[in-house]
Design a protein. Structure first.
Length: 323
């Protein structure tokens, strides 16, 4: 089965090698091909695992029976199909038909991709994004882009991306207009989305459990902790049960970590701040923000050994204990 898939993939690579059109000297390249029944245009790095593609019926009007092109690439109007090689970022736990774990770090921003579906014909994960998706404008702002998945990361250079993307959009729009499908400027129905603290907490949960997990009603606490107007998230690992059967990650005999995801923290994905807690909640403060209240063990509390609680607030650079 794997050998037949590899054969199909090799055939597609050979077809792409025959594409003709504008080529960049290095970095991302745009190529196009029209066999008379269908056209296709693609941009990618030479030998790269990631590509963007558009395709539709050819203006030349030949039938697929005449050309033998029985498995063409046909994409929606105003969209580019993002494809990622199935082997580039494997999923833990084996093959799945779809995945929703991919975050793209580009130009200092993070974008969560919509769910991608497995396509064994092209040996890729694929999803259609709007040709003007904000992700594409952010990619050229840094020397590399990074794809983050459940079980790894993939760094790709961005040299030539802006030029190739511009060429691809112009060519696709022209070809679609020629076959009576002029492109509009409407936003895509399912765009990539800036990564939120909640999304990062859910991704951390999947990584910590090495797969699916059940979260209790108080697993994700949302509130304004850092004062930037965006909701922050505290992930209480006491509320988590891993379906894999592994013990709760980040937990000891009685205390568990509380992972604090702040929207103002730099980086993609943002690294959480970790507290050790015997239970956690959010406590309103007089300045309108929330403190993270964590329960302490008996050995951490008063000399008489009764229960206690510690409050941590955001100083602008760290979580500090409120005394």
């Amino acid at each position: 089965m794997r050998s037949s898939r590899a054969g199909l993939a090799a055939g597609l690579v050979l077809a792409l090698a025959c594409l003709a059109g504008p080529v960049l000297a290095q970095g991302w390249q745009m190529r196009s091909y029209d066999d008379g029944s269908f056209f296709v245009a693609t941009m990618q790095l030479p030998g790269g695992a990631l590509s963007l593609t558009c395709g539709e019926r050819s203006p030349r009007g030949l039938s697929a029976l005449e050309t033998g092109n029985m498995e063409p690439t046909v994409t929606p109007r105003d969209a580019l199909r993002l494809r990622l090689d199935l082997d580039a970022l494997p999923l833990p736990g084996g093959f799945r038909q779809s995945r929703d774990d991919l975050i793209v770090e580009a130009g200092g921003q993070g974008f969560r991709l919509p769910p991608l579906n497995a396509d064994e014909l092209t040996w890729s994960w694929s999803v259609d994004l709007g040709a003007a998706d904000p992700l594409f404008a952010a990619i050229p702002a840094a020397p590399e882009m990074v794809l983050h998945g459940e079980a790894g990361r993939l760094a790709l250079p961005t040299a030539g991306f802006a030029e190739a993307h511009g060429q691809l959009r112009r060519h696709c729009a022209q070809m679609f207009a020629t076959v009576g499908q002029p492109w509009a400027t409407a936003a895509p129905a399912t765009p990539s989305a800036p990564v939120t603290p909640r999304a990062e907490a859910e991704a951390a949960l999947a990584r910590g459990c090495n797969g699916p997990a059940d979260a209790g009603p108080a697993a994700f606490l949302a509130g304004e902790i850092d004062g930037d107007g965006q909701p922050d998230i505290v992930l209480d690992w006491r509320e988590i049960t891993c379906r894999s059967g592994h013990p709760r990650p980040f937990c000891g005999a009685s205390m568990c970590q509380a992972s604090v995801f702040l929207s103002s923290r730099p980086g993609t994905p943002r690294e959480p701040l970790e507290l050790l807690a015997l239970g956690v909640r959010l406590q309103p403060l007089s300045n309108g923000n929330m403190a993270v209240a964590v329960g302490g063990s008996l050995s951490m509390c008063q000399p008489q050994g009764t229960a206690c609680e510690f409050l941590y607030y955001w100083t602008g650079s760290e979580l500090a204990e409120l005394r």
